[in-house]
Design a protein. Structure first.
Length: 679
């Protein structure tokens, strides 16, 4: 008698199944409702196809739409395959490459047949219609294991040069799988090379829950020396309601785009002459200055001492720290230039000195981070255990060689300034210092109205330091968050395996903005590697030298990115204390010009950033213009207001205006303009 398989379920029960049974069979045995709802399965923790047979006794958890993260990833993976199938059905001769799921959808890289131009946005409606046709056909998605030779032969025979190239590189000793859309080998069946898993059939997708968004250029395997492809992007969801909500968020995000609002509010600009660096205008730099002053007050109160370190340091310093070996491709290196004067006359077209790199030049690197320089400051003189903890802060300007295509407004730049600090402490002080930082960061984010989640990024595969040091560093961060009262669902506590820095684990703060997007900003990292590599020591109570623990921490992250987040979070309607111009006094008639000037003078004396608008324009025009510039308060004055000593206050975003005395308006604005930490 054949021995039955024992399948353990999450509720503790065990189902006995025939050999060759699948998770789908278990779902059907439990009931028709579950059989219909099941999308895939976790077998011994691994997500698998519903129709893939068990290989022995196993623990099983069935995945349904309620398991949204898993279900969405499966659905988006399937949408990508349906996209590729649709494109090849519409345009035979199209070559396909890869098509992964993304955070909010999917894409597939394809190469159009030689008989037509590359795909464009004009092709998207036809592709969408074909995708819906494939979904409604409810074609089974069937997994098969093939040999590498079978794969190569298949792709070569069909002219799929990209797939054939990839197949040649697949390892012989690895299980190589393909998926059919349709019964294997039947007419109209479509095949792709894929690890899986997939849903049971295309009909498990909602034909109204996806939308193709755009096309873009891409290169085979991401190398610009290879063939150019077309990347077709889509967004995919479990149902139409989710899709509509996502499209609404995108529409709102477009309205809030910090690049658009930055132009309208005259905050900053970017241009090719300085790729990835920001030209701050007076209005934008006012926001920066207010944030910087706020952060200095918070750091001063928390016991930090501010320093300033060089932009350029010898490459040998970066080699010793370990950054050059791990991060050199993202750093700007500068050689020791020896000016050599050649032909300073007409023959040289007035160019003057020609710089040459000396054969024995010392190479310098522009700092991509402040950490090594802070260690060098710490090492000056002899430090006693009685001096610890030492908290060194810097508004440090850094440069990183980000690819041109990755640059994005203020969100990703090459030159940026961090609210950076490093805490040097004893082993016994680590947990308390991290706990205090958790409370400090929470206070800052609360001042800006953000909710946040805390996540612990654990050791990556490639790292420096011993496992014992990593064990200790990770546990210290856990203990600190627990003591701060933040290791719970309220603060979205989560651990992220493999996402730590190469030298230390880190706590990350993820902010949620007004339209539900998350942004990773603050961080603190417990580092035992860098103090050792750079020979940082203090004299302990025993009179011997000891290594300090170095805590790397930031709250804003970078000023550029944090300002971009604030602009989008508030849709440009910044809190009054941050607004570049906090109020405008606008006249209705020229008879009120004298009173308007008096009002401006009083407001300025009260510390309000105020401007006057005495132009001979209609008041509705002035209201529209200052609303577009996101001025928080517009004080309108006419003949009556001048006679009565009042102002008509129009608050940005509100329809009705309020009439109050000038003194009342000044008191209101003084209160609104007070930074939250000074209230």
């Amino acid at each position: 008698m054949t021995e039955l398989l024992k399948i353990s379920l999450p509720d503790g029960s065990v189902r006995e199944m025939e050999p060759g049974s699948t998770p789908g069979d278990v779902a059907a045995a439990i009931g028709p409702g579950l059989a219909k709802a099941a999308l895939a399965a976790r077998v011994d923790g691994e997500v698998r196809d519903l129709n893939r047979p068990f290989e022995g006794d196993a623990e099983l958890a069935l995945i349904t739409a309620r398991d949204e993260a898993d279900a969405l990833e499966l659905a988006r993976h399937d949408y990508a395959h349906v996209l590729a199938e649709a494109v090849q059905a519409l345009w035979p001769g199209t070559q396909i490459t890869f098509g992964p799921a993304t955070d909010d959808g999917f894409y597939y890289d394809v190469k159009a047949p030689d008989t037509r131009e590359p795909f464009s946005s004009e092709d998207l409606p036809a592709i969408e219609e074909k995708m819906r046709e494939i979904i409604k056909a409810d074609k089974p998605l069937v997994r098969e294991v093939w040999s590498r030779e079978q794969l190569i032969e298949k792709w070569q025979a069909e002219g799929e040069t990209f797939k054939a190239e990839w197949a040649r590189e697949l390892p012989e000793d690895e299980e190589l799988t393909v998926y059919w859309s349709g019964e294997p080998g039947s007419e109209g069946a479509w095949l792709d090379m894929c690890r899986g898993p997939h849903l049971a059939s295309t009909g498990k997708l909602d034909p109204q829950a996806f939308k193709l968004m755009r096309v873009a250029g891409a290169y085979w395997r991401g190398d610009q020396n290879n063939a150019q492809l077309t990347r077709i992007y889509g967004t995919g969801w479990l149902n139409k309601k989710q899709l509509n909500a996502h499209l609404t968020r995108l529409e709102e995000a477009a309205k809030r785009d910090h690049r658009k609002l930055g132009r309208e509010m005259d905050l900053f600009h970017l241009q090719e002459e300085a790729h990835g660096s920001v030209f701050w205008h007076p209005n934008g730099y006012r926001i920066w200055r207010e944030l910087e002053a706020y952060m200095r007050r918070k750091m001063d109160a928390a016991g930090y001492r501010e320093i300033k370190t060089p932009q350029l340091m010898d490459v040998r310093q970066w080699e010793q720290s370990g950054h050059w070996g791990k991060y050199a491709e993202n750093m700007f290196a500068v050689p020791d230039i020896v000016p050599e004067v050649e032909g300073l006359g007409d023959d040289n077209d007035g160019k003057g000195a020609n710089p040459h790199v000396a054969s024995d030049a010392n190479w310098m690197a522009i700092k991509p981070m402040n950490c090594p320089a802070h260690v060098l400051v710490f090492k000056q003189g002899i430090t006693s255990y009685r001096d610890l903890p030492i908290r060194l802060g810097e508004m440090g300007c850094c440069h990183r060689n980000e690819p041109h295509g990755a640059l994005h407004g203020l969100m990703r730049v090459r030159q940026f300034t961090q609210d950076d600090a490093h805490i040097f402490c004893t082993e016994a002080q680590v947990v308390e210092e991290v706990r205090a930082f958790c409370r400090l960061a929470a206070d800052v984010y609360k001042d800006f109205g953000f909710n946040f989640a805390i996540k612990l990024a654990l050791r990556p595969e490639k790292r420096l330091g011993s496992d014992a040091d990593w064990d200790k560093a990770e546990q210290e961060l856990r203990d600190a968050v627990r003591e701060a009262g933040m290791m719970n669902d309220e603060f979205g506590w989560e651990e992220l395996p493999g996402e730590g820095a190469f030298y230390a684990p880190k706590l990350e703060w993820h902010l949620t903005d007004a339209i539900g997007r998350t942004w990773q900003v603050g961080t603190i990292q417990g580092d035992r590697v860098l103090p050792d590599r750079l020979d940082a020591t203090y004299i302990g109570e025993d009179g011997e030298k000891h290594r300090p623990v170095m805590l790397h921490r930031a709250i804003f992250g970078s000023y550029e990115r944090f300002i971009g987040i604030l602009i989008e979070h508030f849709a440009g309607r910044l809190p009054v204390w941050l607004a570049p111009t906090q109020a405008v006094v606008a006249t209705i008639v020229s008879d009120a010009d004298g009173y308007a000037k008096e009002a401006v003078a009083k407001l300025e004396a009260a510390g309000i950033r105020v401007e006057s608008d005495l132009r001979n324009e209609k008041i509705n025009y002035k209201v529209r213009e200052h609303s577009l510039a996101k001025v928080p308060q517009l004080l309108v004055v006419g003949k009556r207001e001048a006679e009565e000593g009042t102002v008509a206050v129009r608050t940005l975003g509100e329809k009705d205006q309020r009439v109050m005395t000038l003194d009342e308006a000044i008191a209101m604005l003084k209160d609104e303009a007070t930074p939250p930490d000074l209230r």
